[in-house]
Design a protein around this ligand. Sequence first.
Ligand code: SAH
Length: 507
Amino acid sequence: MQGSVYLIGAGPGDPSLITLRGRDLVGKADCVIYDALVPPEFLSWTKKNCLLIYAGKRAAKHAMPQEEINRLLVEMSRRFASVVRLKGGDPFVFGRGGEEAEYLAAEKIPFQVVPGVSSAIAGPGFAGIPLTHRACSSQFTVFTGHENPGKGESSVDWEGIARIGGTKVMLMGMSNLAKNMQALMDGGQNPDTPAAAVQWAATGRQKSVRATVGTLARAAAEHRIGAPAIVVIGEVVNLAKRLNWYENLPLFGRRVVVTRSREQAGSLSDRLRGLGADVLELPTIRIVDPEDKKTFAELVVDAPHTYQWLVFTSPNGVRRFMKAFLAAHSDIRGLGGAFIAAIGPGTAAALGSYGLAVDVMPKKSVAEELLKEFGSEEVRDKFRGVENCNMLWVRGGQARGVLGKGLMELGAIVDECIAYDTVPETGDPTGARALLAAEGADVITFTSSSTVKHFAALGITLPAGCRIASIGPITTATLEKYGFKPDAEASDHDIPGLVEAVRKLLE
Ligand code: SAH
């Protein structure tokens, strides 16, 4: 067999800055070979059986020599239909993408290139520095600072770069920063030219400093700014005083831990990142198929003609149930006319995505409140109540028993349809746990009792000064049971509510 290789740019750091095509191909890939500067969130986009191979650098040495990466690409393309080579930024801006493509071409392996947003472009952008501006820069030059100018072996034309007008962007130049700036000044660059260094650009860890060509090396050392960083040189740097939009976001510089499962973290992480937070995804749980797949399948198939009520208590339940239902019935109309009850706006939204409206939903997202609704006159008038009704409760394996018991007390006949199980996430492929231990965090968020339970079971110690935000009273009670004291609880027990609570806590 002969598959294709896709050389894909993952963008500069924020997981949402990959192209639509890039993300689509990562989702379909059989094998992904990735580098160090690739945002780790891509791991949640890959297929279940996708083979993941890390080919990045560790510390100062290559984890894998380039020759080996080239050979690996060829070998994998012979084993799999779709091989993704995922690189930080743009694949053809430094980082040897060109060499890999040459090798593939020589071996006659079909390949495609999917460009990405280079740190050379996004780095200045996230530091509020336009690369061009009608008033002061009509061109820009990108160069590497990796080759030591002192040793006389650099292929970089330092004098040429010093002389040329417009904005200059240096990549890979931090370990030789002082020498690099000196080489430019020796070539005639005015030492007073504004210059900035931006580390971890376009990520929550971004740090930047503004100085001049003459003073940048010292300023960067003072602010402890090292690799990976880009350096921008030119009058445009002055514009950052007014345009520094990213670093002025309300949660910029604050690290917030997300403990939801990797598949589910996205909605919370995205909102926090939108406010500038440095989001650390540290999934404590994983959603898996229910232990008893056969019973689940049978209940789903029988659902339409058996139940007057379908009760959903989590978005996962909705998605698992609907996926199985549509696989068996292939037409949404097969669901028939059962009434639908739900807990939580996320659950309602998941139902809405299948075109299903919710008949009964309590204002507060807890089981006790849904029971109150079911017992109310309104539900009795509108839906003839639930007494003697057959109800299917679609739930996770670990849900509390309150709802089932309460419904039976109201006279309903309840079948429980366990659509998924929650298991502890034991792996740490992104190094999030190590990072939390080494650097700490400002806030840790808990979105369910199971995230709390499994967090405790993993034995991770909460770093000093890290505060706790809970999504609602049930999660709070579980936190307390495990000896944690939440500093904030969301007033609306959903993701936007939790984000609001985090924001207030950090303001
Ligand atoms: N292909 C990549 C560059 C690879 S070379 C791109 O287009 O961005 C690696 C260098 O890129 C680093 O030394 C650093 O200078 C720069 N870089 C990559 N990601 C960065 C980030 N998030 N912030 C600042 N610089 C970054």
